[in-house]
Design a protein around this ligand. Structure first.
Ligand code: 13P
Length: 255
């Protein structure tokens, strides 16, 4: 019964793609493409320099403006970083934390991810905490262990009240940008385990209300079968989110 209460949420993570004109055009096209779809939450995560033009293009569309990262300090000598306050000032409502490319390319660890999660939640933002195993970790059957660690450390000291603004994205690293997707059964198994871990931390009811997105080579062709699984509450889309039609079809598949 709880599963039916979870509104699906689809995010488009543009990563380090688009340019100023392209970002504005893509967001306007996304706003148009998702217009007729009811009952699905949608967000786009453009690169930092394009937040303002995208905010402008999304006005009145109901599509949430997201950021790909945030730093936990309020202000000061942190060259290259962006604060929660700055993001809110640009109209951002939701932020990614611990994306696999931050973890594996930039070397972010669970402690830093946790500081970011807490700062964003304290500041009133919603957070998508990204978790997931590498190919090697899957091969040695550490998937559940890795996800559990990312969840327990990522959500450390988060309050039950704050958890309502948290979404978890399960993104197996081997499925990101590779065209390889977890099977719906594999995704379901990982999601169910993540939900059980959250249940252990916050209680069954809170875990039942938490939305868990799948990410990793989601397309219009595979979205429906993935999101048809009982614990898959949406998708975090990379490559396919750069085409408004394809992204719109994924959102429609969730509707
Ligand atoms: P792809 O959809 O390109 O595999 O990327 C997934 C992802 O990392 C979304 O955050």
């Amino acid at each position: 019964m709880l599963a039916t209460m979870r509104t699906k949420i689809i995010g488009g993570n543009w990563k380090m793609n688009t340019d100023r004109a392209g970002a504005a055009a893509l967001s306007a096209a996304v706003a148009g493409a998702v217009k007729g779809v009811a009952g699905v939450e949608t967000a786009v995560f453009p690169p930092f320099p394009y937040l303002l033009p995208v905010a402008e293009a999304l006005k009145g569309s109901g599509v949430l403006l997201g950021a790909q990262d945030v730093y936990h300090a309020e202000k000061g000598a942190f060259t290259g970083e962006v604060s929660v306050g700055m993001l809110k000032d640009c109209g951002v409502g939701i932020v990614l934390a611990g994306h696999s490319e931050r973890r594996h390319v930039m070397g972010e660890g669970d402690d830093l991810v946790n500081l970011k999660v807490r700062a964003a939640l304290h500041g009133g933002l919603s957070v998508v905490l990204c978790v997931g195993e590498t190919l090697h970790q899957r091969q040695v059957e550490e998937t559940n262990h890795v996800n559990e660690k990312h969840v327990r450390l990522g959500l450390r000291t988060v309050t039950p009240e704050e958890l309502r603004r948290v979404v978890i994205a399960y993104e197996p690293v081997w499925a990101i940008g590779t065209g390889k997707t977890a099977t719906p059964d594999d995704a379901q198994e990982a999601h169910a385990h993540i939900r059980a871990v959250v249940g252990d931390m916050f209680g069954k009811e809170a875990a039942g209300a938490l939305r868990i997105q799948y990410g990793g080579s989601v397309t219009a062709a595979n979205a429906r079968s993935l999101m048809g699984m009982p614990d898959v509450d949406g998708a975090l889309v990379g490559g396919a989110s750069l085409k408004a039609d394809e992204f719109g079809a994924i959102v429609a598949a969730a509707g």
